[in-house]
Design a protein around this ligand. Structure first.
Ligand code: AMP
Length: 465
């Protein structure tokens, strides 16, 4: 069917083919997982051999189960652990991701009686110290807080058999590489190392080279291709009109569970207040919120009490909420990879979703960076200010939406009251076919009509070839 998500599953492989024990298989059946995702199909057999692994995969690919399942299998045959120790240490960049990983271990290991602790900053030490005192099978931690525990001798890492580093690129962004090196120096030399990152800049490649021994390398959905699962639209709108534009968009019944990305924490708070005033229940989540506030915001979003979750990039990374109907980029990210991470929130585990980017004229350059990364034509144009320019290296031509063209000439788009132009993502010529062709136009009324149209009526989904 035109426009349906391409499920990157490998139907010939079953979880039972991996030799996982019946407790794990039972938990997977309970979760309703029928087939492993590609990262699982590649990583599980490799990890079960006991060797090191370098996984290039981003969130949404099923990578947590890719390491959690073989680790749990290993734990089912391993001896008991001493007090204040852990057999498996998982390091993650954010508290949300750490909690999520811990939850996954508990879910998959629920018929095995596995003990799991999660440790992160921003909360008191007491409860964490207490749970680690008994010794745990799996400890999931953010690096800073774990270092504190090490210095207080409330944890001893000398019995750790497996080290997992998850979302290493984000740990690098957050300045955790030095803490990671310190933590690693407390681990036994002989251990299994599993290393996951969505991207592999040279600094991460170097860290992987230091930590891993003869790793099996597995890579799935390169950062630029996951976006094919998401239907992408760009609405060209002045920054002063973005809030109203968002309120208009949220009036659509199909905007059921929406993550809205802002660039700043203050911007997230202000936008949540604006939506609330407009009668749209919204909650903001970012690094300045207390742990309790973050948990409450997430819980109300998950329960459907708030329809919109306003988030900054870092806060959103570890959030695993099913059935996000839309991702809205209220502001474009400065780093183009963040765009892919953001829109990936609505395409979890092969599901489809819609991403809407509100692009102000001054953000065109950022949109062009995203086009370059993803190979998609999002209507930014190539030349200064979106002006059309021959597309040298890619050898194709750009067809800009009429309204984007009008606005780049300083005219008002011939649209409704707010007059935004809009463009749907197209595979750019020379990057895998798909025909190009702009054709996005219309006001919010038309945009809304298109958003609620059946998928087969929409031409915006990327050509998966
Ligand atoms: P992750 O990339 O680990 O954050 O996983 C993304 C989402 O995919 C989570 O909501 C998982 O529960 C879900 N998931 C993981 N493995 C599978 C699978 N084999 N089939 C269906 N969903 C899965």
């Amino acid at each position: 069917m035109a426009g349906r998500a391409r499920h990157e599953r490998q139907p010939l492989t079953n979880f039972s083919d991996f030799g996982l024990n019946k407790n794990l298989l039972q938990a997977l059946t309970g979760k309703g997982y029928t087939h492993p995702t590609p990262i699982q199909a590649q990583a599980i057999p490799a990890v079960l051999t006991g060797g090191d692994l370098l996984g290039i995969a981003q969130t949404g690919t099923g990578k947590t189960a890719a390491f959690a399942l073989p680790i749990l299998q290993r734990l089912s045959t391993s001896a008991s652990r001493p007090p204040k120790s852990c057999k498996v240490l998982v390091l993650a960049p954010t508290r949300e991701l750490a909690s999520q990983i811990a939850e996954s271990f508990k879910t998959y290991g629920k018929h095995m009686g596995v003990s799991v602790a999660v440790v992160y900053g921003g909360v008191k030490y007491g409860a964490q110290t207490k749970i680690m005192a008994r010794g745990v099978d799996v400890l999931v931690a953010t690096p800073g807080r774990l270092l504190d525990h090490l210095s207080q001798r409330t944890i001893d890492l000398s019995h750790t058999e497996v080290l997992v580093l998850d979302e290493v690129d984000q740990m690098l962004d957050l300045g955790f590489i030095v803490p990671i090196r310190k933590l690693v120096s407390h681990l036994p030399k002989t251990r299994q190392n599993l290393f996951f990152s969505a991207t592999m800049p040279s600094e991460i490649e170097k860290l992987a080279g230091e930590l891993l021994r003869n790793p099996t390398r597995v890579a799935v959905t390169p950062v630029a291709s996951t976006v094919e699962l998401v239907e992408q639209r760009v609405v060209f709108v002045d920054s002063t009109r973005k809030r109203d534009a968002l309120v208009d968009l949220m009036a659509e019944a199909n905007m059921k569970r929406v993550i809205v990305f802002t660039r700043t924490k203050r911007g997230a708070d202000r936008l949540a207040e604006h939506l609330d005033r407009a009668g749209i229940d919204a909650a903001a989540i970012h690094g300045d919120k207390s742990q309790g506030q973050r948990e409450r915001a997430l819980a109300s979003f998950k329960a459907g009490q708030s329809r919109a979750l306003i988030a900054t990039d870092i806060a959103a990374r570890g959030i695993d909420v099913d059935n996000i109907s839309h991702v809205v980029n209220f502001e474009l990210p400065h780093v183009p990879e963040s765009y892919v991470h953001r829109i990936g929130r609505t395409a979890r585990a092969g599901k489809a979703g819609v991403a809407i980017t509100l692009c102000a004229p001054e953000e065109r350059g950022l949109l062009r960076d995203i086009q370059r990364l993803t190979g998609l034509d999002l209507g930014a144009g190539d030349g200064p200010g979106g002006a059309q320019a021959p597309r040298g290296g890619r050898g194709g031509q750009q067809q800009r939406p009429k309204q984007a063209q009008g606005r780049s000439n300083g005219q008002h788009a011939p649209a409704g009251p707010r007059g935004p132009g809009q463009q749907r993502g197209k595979r750019r010529p020379g990057k895998g076919g798909g025909g190009g062709g702009g054709g996005g136009s219309g006001d919010f009324g038309r945009l809304a009509a298109q958003l609620s149209a059946p998928r087969s009526d929409r031409s915006g989904r990327m050509n998966p070839n």
